[in-house]
Ligand binder design. Structure first.
Ligand SMILES: Cc1cc2nc3c(=O)[nH]c(=O)nc-3n(C[C@H](O)[C@H](O)[C@H](O)COP(=O)(O)O)c2cc1C
Length: 276
């Protein structure tokens, strides 16, 4: 097997944990995608490249698409993708394959991995359900790595919308989703802008945890810019639970993958900006 690299994007660690599991089995390096998209072209010396990312609104995060459009010699690589999803993978891996084909490459394998949901209403999903998802992935990870190391082609997983409706917990999430829809209808989606409350200490965790480098502390408070992809990393990792979506209670319980700790997610502090 040739040299392998695993690129990931992750807000709450599900995709990072999956990326690490795969990298361990394939003897590959694990690399975050977001810092690389600032470059005009991305050169990789690997023959096998894997991508691991969450699904946001039925699609891969757009930063992953930006990465693909910058990857040099894409037609010479064996590419595979793994999406981590909370409700249903839907057509997101087919969308990913289309993006890759549009720049001359081809997705040889696309795998969907159910992980704890980290969006609206996720507070209704139980720890037992989380444990079942982790156990399912442990078994599936072996299968995925055998497929990749065997250089196989042609498997791209997807699901119908009905699959999502069968997910345990979805019914219990429904009131929060309804609250979101009604609020969005009457007040507009802009009313869900990220804001802090009086518990914010200006500690700077949000600045360093945002995978898109989209938060700056200005006058001891976070200021969000326009590169947000809705990872909710700032919300979930805030040590004071001081961040909300417009102050609306959408039952988003603070979550991160149990094998991922905050230092795995933090970007290095810029020299001269360290905070106590
Ligand atoms: C803004 C947002 C949108 C999401 N949209 C979807 C979706 O359309 N379908 C789905 O199954 N899960 C969706 N999710 C759940 C995440 O894809 C899932 O929890 C993922 O494993 C999170 O990965 P991470 O911990 O690496 O960020 C969404 C989560 C967020 C925060």
């Amino acid at each position: 097997m040739g040299k392998a690299e695993i690129y990931y994007f992750s807000g709450t660690g599900n995709s990072l944990a999956v990326a690490r599991d795969v990298a361990r089995q394939l003897n590959a390096e694990v690399i975050p995608v977001a810092p690389l998209v600032e470059r005009e072209s991305i050169d990789s010396g690997a023959d096998i490249i894997g991508f691991v990312f969450p699904i946001y609104d039925f699609k891969p995060p757009r930063v992953v698409d930006s990465f693909i459009s910058r990857l040099a010699n894409i037609d010479t690589k064996y590419l595979f993708g793994i999406c981590t999803y909370g409700i249903a993978p839907s057509q997101s891996l087919k969308h990913f394959d289309k993006t890759i084909r549009s720049v001359g490459g081809r997705l040889s394998g696309g795998f969907a991995v159910g992980m704890p949901f980290n969006g609206i209403g996720c507070g209704m999903v139980t720890k037992d359900q989380h444990a079942r998802l982790f156990a399912n992935w442990r078994a599936k990870s072996v299968e995925v790595c055998e497929y990749v190391s065997g250089g196989r082609q042609g498997r791209i997983e997807s699901s119908s919308l009905l699959y999502g409706l069968r997910q345990p917990g979805l019914i219990r999430m429904a009131p929060s989703i309804m609250r979101f829809l009604v609020h969005a209808l009457f007040k507009g989606v802009h009313s869900f802008a990220l804001v802090t409350d009086e518990h914010c200490t200006g500690c700077g965790t949000c600045e360093r945890i945002c995978p898109m480098n989209n938060v700056k502390i200005v006058g001891h408070k976070p200021k969000w810019s326009n590169r947000c992809v809705s990872s909710l990393a700032c919300y979930h990792w805030c040590p004071n639970n001081a961040i909300s979506l417009g102050g609306v209670d959408l039952n988003i319980a603070r979550y991160h993958h149990p094998d991922v700790i905050i230092s795995d997610m933090l970007r290095p502090a810029m020299p001269g900006t360290e905070r106590p």
